[in-house]
Write a protein that binds this ligand. Structure first.
Ligand code: PAF
Length: 293
């Protein structure tokens, strides 16, 4: 019998744990019986993360979210220490979204010393983010391969905002024969078009006001293509000029590429992806659009 002041049983309780062994023990009886959906994250959840979790919830029987700020994908001058880690609110958001298990592995367990095994994906990592952030995709691919290996999900969910990352993961899953279906969800945007990202929290009010310039540049490119533009160089010049018109913005790259291998295109033929990386003050933002013709 329930005592008077004791709350009624909570209908749904999310498990939170960090041990790899415990996680595997929980998942082992589910493999082959239940569809396991997996959302790998570095935390600081925003609506974009929650959309991935909701999609996994809709499509799968059991939803695992990993929260691991992966040191391996940060360069020496990047923001690993400063990366936001609001674990209490992350846990609450995941629980409210219907996640079954929030896994928060420790760096010492993920990379026991001495650690010697890395995944390198060639060609597709050579340009763009790969060129600006040497070692970044080696870190991403290594951790995602390890997470996949540990969780063994049926489906894994990623956001289109990190377009090159999605291509790297597709390539790795294919090359390493992971029996995992990769789901890419469209970028979620703020009302003014700014792509949702954990980094947006670090923008000052003035920088936040300047940041939608990325979205406006993507829209401009789409409009030019709709009007018949097909040659990349003049189109990119227009995009660059718009970015330059914003005093707080500094363009890292704007590139029109084939959507699979991310090789630059001279002429837009059967679709293309426009990749953008722009520094707004000290915060580096990326965005992209798939251009349909
Ligand atoms: O996109 C991210 O948040 C990270 O790169 C990922 C895929 C969780 C790997 O650490």
């Amino acid at each position: 019998m329930r005592r008077k002041n004791r709350p009624a049983l909570i209908a749904f309780a999310m498990r939170t744990l960090s041990s790899i062994k415990t996680l595997q023990k929980i998942l082992q009886p589910l493999h082959g019986r239940k569809r396991i959906g997996f959302v790998p994250t570095m935390g600081a959840f925003h609506e974009g993360h929650l959309a991935l979790m909701r999609q996994a919830r809709r499509e799968c029987d059991y939803v695992v979210v990993s929260l691991f700020v992966n040191p391996l994908q940060f360069g020496p001058k990047e923001d690993f220490a400063a990366y936001p880690r609001p674990i209490t609110s992350d846990r609450k958001k995941a629980q409210e979204t219907g996640v079954d298990l929030l896994w928060t592995p420790a760096a010492e367990e993920m990379y026991p010393s001495p650690y010697r095994t890395f995944i390198e994906i060639e060609e597709i990592t050579r340009r763009w983010e790969g060129a600006v952030r040497p070692g970044h995709f080696r870190g991403v691919a290594t951790v995602v391969a390890k997470l996949f290996q540990i969780v063994r999900p049926d489906r894994a969910y990623f956001g289109q905002k990190d377009y090159q990352q999605t291509r790297v993961i597709h390539q790795m899953v294919k090359d390493l024969h992971f029996p995992i279906s990769i789901r890419i969800l469209s970028t979620l945007r703020e009302k003014d078009g700014l792509a949702m990202s954990s980094r947006n929290q670090r923008l000052s009010p003035a920088e936040r006001a300047a940041a939608p310039i990325l979205f406006r540049a993507l829209q401009k490119a789409e409009a030019l293509v709709r009007k018949g533009a097909r040659e990349s160089p003049p189109l990119l010049q227009e995009v660059e000029a718009l970015i330059r018109s914003e005093p707080l913005a500094r363009l890292d790259y704007a590139a029109l590429c084939d959507p699979k291998f991310l090789e630059p295109l001279e002429r837009i033929q059967k679709g293309a992806v426009l990749l953008l990386a722009v520094k707004i003050g000290s915060v580096r933002l990326i965005d992209n659009v798939l251009i349909d013709i």
